[in-house]
Write a new protein. Sequence first.
Length: 391
Amino acid sequence: MSTTTSDTSAIDDKKEDSSTTTSISFASNIGSFLFSLIIAILIVLAYFSSSGLILFVCKLAQSNILPTEHDCYPYTNNKPEITPIKTNIFTTFTDPEMSMKLEFPYDKYNSSNKILDMFREYREKPSSNFLANYFISIIEQLMSFNYSSINMIMNGLNGLPEMLLVGLGPVIVAFLFAIMLIVNVIMTAVYWFANMSWFFKKNTNDSGDGLPEWEDVTLTSPIDWSIGAILAIVFTIIYFIGAGVTIGFIPYAVLLLCIITAISYKGLLNGNNATGLTIIKEVLKYYKITIVAIFSLFIIALAFSKLGAAPGIVSILTIGLIYWGVISIDVFKPIPETNLTPVVSYDQAFKKCNILRTKKEKHGFLYNLIFGQNGGGITKDLKKISKKLSS
């Protein structure tokens, strides 16, 4: 009798343990499902947010106000002439096509660049130093190259259908910008060596007023010329020894800086102030059905993989009832676009940079290295030597 009671008690204990294990396992699966769903939602939101920024920069590139010209503002004080235009955004599939309008005024905010403004102001100081200008020239030329590349790439993508840009834009841009980073490494090397001509320049403005006065250092000034030659050798060695920094950090940092500044521009969406964040909000609003559909697919897939077949089928039925309006939730109801007008041209805005150039006598590289690049340099140097000898 006692043996039977003991067996029954053991069976009950096993049933309770099995039930407890099942409850713990189901609770764990629910937790895993919710965690995975949150991660999926964040990824989808991040993806479409980046699509909004890509759309924003495409319209910025069409407006052609990025500082692409190294001879123009903000690299110099020479302001470019840019024709203001309106760009199409959130285009409909109607006939005729309609769209909202985004424009970027070339005003005080959009024309300035804190880094380039700082560089320009330093170069115009009477105490401007040749070594600092060497580094400034490298960064400026890299920035100009990157802005030009961004302008060209994004203006080219601007001609694609907007839905394609929103759907595949982040993938396309990630691939293109990876190529840009590789090219940046090459251009860093080019600019590193090409700007070594600064080692053979001397600021002769000792007054403390006005602009710096640069003169080429020649063999007639052996000490200054030797210093320049030594610096050229030292910086060649630094480049190859510090390749991890010069090849890795500088191109990446400059490209990232140009991307950040590009998405920080301000525009007008149908006459109202707009930033990149504004376009992100509008993308999440007007592409709501696409985003909700992707969320739904994630919910169904995760329900099957984390919870099992029955919860997966329930999730399909629930989403179906929501879609067909049986369950009154408006997540599948589109938000109508407002303030639409007929589409305008997708052509890039016209930009002109009036560069004032002075005619100079051209000589070969060896001549310039030894005697300098300014016309009449030999005569001036000989007169200086003559005066020194006579005194």
